[in-house]
Design a protein around this ligand. Structure first.
Ligand code: PEP
Ligand code: MG
Length: 776
């Protein structure tokens, strides 16, 4: 038997039918309304490769070094040729087609063809999203689609991922679900308990059309909060639903359409439909014994369940208490973003000797022994738990920064290397103290407060002040995220921080800086290429970006091409060839350097091209420090030269100079998909205030009305032109900026790791206020 009906499958059949089918079978068996379907079993795939005699060649082709991109690509191609190029035995193909024909009244049902890998839902090895799904398939394409699902077990991403997790390639099998399409008139998701508090509340999100729009986040859905016990609807938030996905009746393809004007702000669910959903929600939670996250659809008045998974996000208060942090509860600190240290940490302040003050650059309070690090010092002197005190941090200090408990610098502002990296590592930091390396003594015990920016004599314990780590690190490991229409993303500058960044539940990476990857090579790009060859350079970039793209897949990751100023390059081997600029901030950096030194730029573009080729379709490319449409045109032409399909791939620009803000309309006509505010630079160039100069730090005001005016104008123009807008500068973590941007209608906000949760709450609050204002 090549196939099994979903009615005959249950959770125990994971080995035979894979994770997805087992879960659909389980729901069907529990009497829940799942669209009918059958599974082409994992055994069918296994028998196919074995009997056709392609198995040995297939697995032999996987014996490669996964870090070698060319070999990885070759492995994928071989697997695809073998599987797609070999015919299925007639009797198997007939069984699949015959079973399919019994599904539709006229024998021509539209079906969804979905991969269901046997290792899909193993703990710690989520293969989800790696294999193919095809919608609206009919008889003539069915067999081919099934084989394409099989072949998708050997995408470059999947091969790489299995190597990394140590899964033998020949121990993962793949089944395929063939299930009747539900041409949903309405669809969405439902949480059978409150996803963050676990309270007996059912949360439903609903939009018009097929569920893809809600799941992918391209539409802001209506939100209903229902009491699970009484089924009373406590809260209804009707969103402006601009787009919907539906099946094109002629081609059968899924297309995005505008929602007709009169239905955009219409409430999606009737009370009766909510009642039915709540009934199903209770059933499914009772069946599994745990809160569930359900995808549902409504077609001709009937509610269908498309998928159900346990909610992994409910926080366990005991779990939080178990951690080693004391002090203020995370929840309270979370509600006041950027408000500085919490009340619990203030005790004893009055008696303490404040040694120094700087900018609180990475939150937390810690004590430790001062370790003064000058450029000549060996960084291995830094021991676990030390406080690094240095003039300014450099990329090669990162391993020591990881060991340290705290970081203090003489120089630098909130957007300096030290500030960015400390936040990503979750190490409290105070930057721009002016004189820490001279004022503090090696071995001296101090307490630093990374919120207030203070450095005090002695240990926290001596004074009864409680130490605490960055708020984010004591929150539940899995995301507890409020649902917002504005996407909340996260910035990543060191690939090592990817996992921590992904654990915030952010909707993607709004800025992946590649400077760190390049500077940490210890050589300028030119020198590295001269010594190691251009392939090695491309490979470094591929590896660094891939780690982040993989961690977040399928959430989008916006990587930026190189933007390092010449003074940073001068510190590296080969740096003697760099020009000595009087004012590197205004000098040869960002896209202007890329357009002059196209050979280095092309290598970066090649890395993007390779990653897209590997299947990282979540990767987006961003150009820094552009001034006008001419910069964009030139960059685009080089992108084309290296073979990038500029119509297909998503790419955009940063808005970091007043010139770029004023040129937005012309830049938009070059086909950019997005514009992202780099407020660190936009503020610097609008106000003529050096962002790294602590003497003028008090004048560095991202909320200055002129900066806000530039931003508002760009958002307005982009909304008219259908270009997405976002912010990835430091100001994205400030509540006032968040309120302003949400009100102006920005598409996404990308914050620092430690601020993501606060920004999610702030966005939610502002969105709710806007909805309320509009109905009052
Ligand atoms: C910015 O300028 O705001 C930005 C995000 O880029 P960077 O800080 O890397 O210059
Ligand atoms: Mg910038």
């Amino acid at each position: 038997m090549a196939v099994l009906w979903l009615d005959d499958v249950s959770a125990g059949d994971l080995e035979t039918v894979g994770g997805k089918a087992a879960s659909l079978g389980e729901l069907t068996g529990a009497g829940l309304p799942v669209p009918p379907g059958f599974v082409v079993t994992a055994g069918t795939y296994r028998t196919f490769i074995e009997e056709a005699g392609i198995d040995e060649e297939l697995f032999a082709a996987m014996e490669i070094d996964p870090e070698d991109s060319a070999a990885l690509k070759q492995a994928q191609e071989t697997a695809h040729e073998l599987i797609l190029g070999t015919d299925l035995p007639d009797e198997v193909a007939e069984e699949i087609i015959d079973t399919y024909r019994t599904m539709g009244e006229d024998g021509e049902a539209f079906v969804a063809v979905r991969s269901s890998a046997t290792a899909e839902d193993l703990p710690d090895a989520s293969f989800a999203g790696q294999q193919e799904t095809f919608l609206n398939v009919r008889e003539e394409a069915l067999i081919r689609r099934v084989k394409e699902c099989w072949a998708s077990l050997f995408s470059q991403r999947a091969i790489y991922y299995r190597q990394q997790k140590g899964f033998p390639h020949d121990e993962v099998d793949i089944a395929v679900v063939v299930q009747r399409m539900v041409d949903a008139e309405k669809s969405g998701v439902m949480f059978t308990s409150h996803p963050s508090t676990g309270e007996p509340q059912i949360i439903i999100e609903a939009a018009w059309g097929l569920g893809e729009a809600v799941v992918s986040g391209s539409v802001s859905p209506d939100n209903y909060v229902v009491d699970r016990e009484t089924a009373a609807v406590d809260e209804v938030t009707v969103a402006d639903k601009k787009v919907m996905m539906e099946k094109d009746l002629e081609t059968g393809e899924t297309v995005e359409r505008d929602v007709p004007e009169d239905r955009r702000e219409e409430r999606v669910l009737s009370d009766a439909e909510i009642e039915r959903l709540v009934e199903l929600g209770r059933l499914v939670e009772d069946h599994y014994g745990d809160p569930q996250d359900v995808e549902w659809a409504i077609f001709e008045g009937d509610v269908y369940m498309l998928q159900s998974r346990p909610i992994t996000t409910i926080s366990d208060p005991a779990g939080v208490d178990d951690r080693d942090r004391t002090g203020d509860p995370a929840g309270e600190a979370a509600s006041t973003p950027g408000s500085g240290a919490t009340g619990a940490t203030d005790g004893g302040d009055g008696n303490d000797e404040e040694l120094l003050r700087g900018l609180g650059a990475s939150p937390g309070i810690v004590s430790g022994a001062v370790r003064i690090v000058t450029k000549l010092d060996h960084l291995d002197q830094v021991a676990d738990g030390d406080i690094i005190v240095t003039e300014m941090t450099m990329p090669d200090m990162v391993p020591a920064m990881k060991r340290a408990d705290g970081i203090v610098t003489d120089e630098g502002g909130m957007t300096s290397h030290a500030a960015i990296v400390s936040r990503e590592l979750g190490v409290p930091a105070v930057v721009g103290t002016g004189s820490a390396t001279r004022t503090l003594e090696d071995g001296q015990i101090v307490t630093i407060d990374g919120d207030k920016g203070t450095i005090r004599e002695g240990s926290a314990a001596d004074r009864g002040v409680e130490e605490y780590e960055p708020v984010e690190s004591v929150r539940p490991e899995t995301p507890v995220k409020p649902m917002t229409a504005t996407e909340v993303k996260v910035n990543v500058s060191i690939p090592e921080a990817a996992e921590r960044a992904a654990a915030t539940g952010a909707d993607g990476v709004g800025l992946l800086r590649i400077e760190h990857m390049v500077l940490s090579l210890g050589k300028t790009p030119a020198k590295y290429i001269a010594d190691n060859g251009e392939d090695a350079y491309v490979q470094e970039l591929v590896d660094g970006i891939r780690g982040v793209a993989e961690e977040f897949y399928p959430r989008p990751v916006r990587a930026r091409t190189l933007d390092a100023p010449t003074d940073e390059f001068r510190e590296l081997e080969g740096g003697e060839d760099e020009p000595n600029e009087h004012n590197p901030m205004l000098g040869w950096r960002g896209v202007r350097r890329s357009l002059d030194k196209t050979d280095v730029f092309e290598k970066e573009l090649r890395a993007f091209q390779e990653l897209w080729g590997m299947g990282y379709d979540n990767l987006e490319l961003m150009l820094p420090l552009v001034n006008d449409a001419e910069d964009v045109r030139r960059a685009k032409s080089i992108m084309r030269d290296v073979g990038i399909d500029v119509e297909k791939q998503r790419w955009g620009v940063m808005i970091e100079t007043p010139a770029s803000a004023l040129s937005i309309e012309e830049m938009a006509s070059e086909g950019i998909d997005f514009a992202s505010f780099g407020t660190n630079d936009l503020t610097q160039y609008t106000l003529a205030v050096d962002r790294n100069n602590s003497n003028v730090a008090d004048r560095f005001d991202e909320l200055h009305p002129t900066v806000l005016e530039l931003i508002a104008d760009v958002i307005g123009t982009c909304r008219e032109l259908g270009v997405d807008t976002s912010i990835c500068g430091q100001a994205a973590s400030k509540p006032d900026m968040v309120d302003f941007l949400v009100e102006e209608g920005i598409t996404s906000i990308s914050a620092n790791i430690d601020a993501v949760r606060d920004v999610q709450h702030e966005v939610k609050r502002t969105e709710q206020k806007l909805v309320l204002d509009s109905v009052r």
